[in-house]
Design a protein around this ligand. Structure first.
Ligand code: FES
Ligand code: FES
Length: 157
């Protein structure tokens, strides 16, 4: 066992981990942020996507100790006292959520995209979510949602 300090959702946590614990295990099992989903466990599906130092990572492929000193953002940080984030609202408005399993990862990939490129075209959106698999929606509504979120974040033009 070893104790590490992690910065998750802008708060510091001291957690005891096994050396071989993955970041997703700490996020879900130690910290209780259950919005991060485990699908494949092999870096293929994107359900476990979190943001680490401004970039999306598959938290099933990152060892917990590798996240020390980094800023980790999970889907829970997308909601604050003012409610859900405009990206999440756009997913609801566009009917882009079915079972919802992929959605936390999709939203976080969309956030990283829109932080870097506030006016992406549809192919840039598709590229940004290419690591996030969805079994339900056929992707069009998700792309519509991210396009709408981009407009809403620009003030709705
Ligand atoms: S659970 Fe991590 S990529 Fe699928
Ligand atoms: S909404 Fe079900 S996997 Fe995407």
């Amino acid at each position: 066992m070893k104790t590490i300090e992690l910065n998750v959702n802008r708060k510091m946590y001291k957690v005891e981990i096994e050396e071989d614990m993955r970041l997703i295990d700490v996020i879900r099992d130690k910290l209780g942020f259950l919005g991060t989903k485990e699908g494949c466990g092999e870096g293929e599906c994107g359900a476990c996507t979190v943001i680490m130092d401004g970039e999306t990572v598959a938290s099933c492929l990152v060892m917990a100790f590798q996240a020390e000193g980094k800023e980790i953002i999970t889907i829970e940080a997308m909601e604050d006292e003012n409610g859900i984030d405009p990206i999440q609202q756009a997913f609801l408005d566009e009917g882009a959520v079915q079972c919802g399993f992929c959605i936390p990862g999709m939203v976080l990939s969309a956030k990283v995209l829109l932080d870097k490129n506030p006016t992406p075209n549809r192919s840039e959106i598709r590229e940004a979510i290419s690591g996030n698999l969805c079994r339900c929606t056929g992707y069009n509504k998700i792309v519509n949602a991210i396009e709408k979120a981009a407009k809403d974040l620009q003030g709705g033009e």
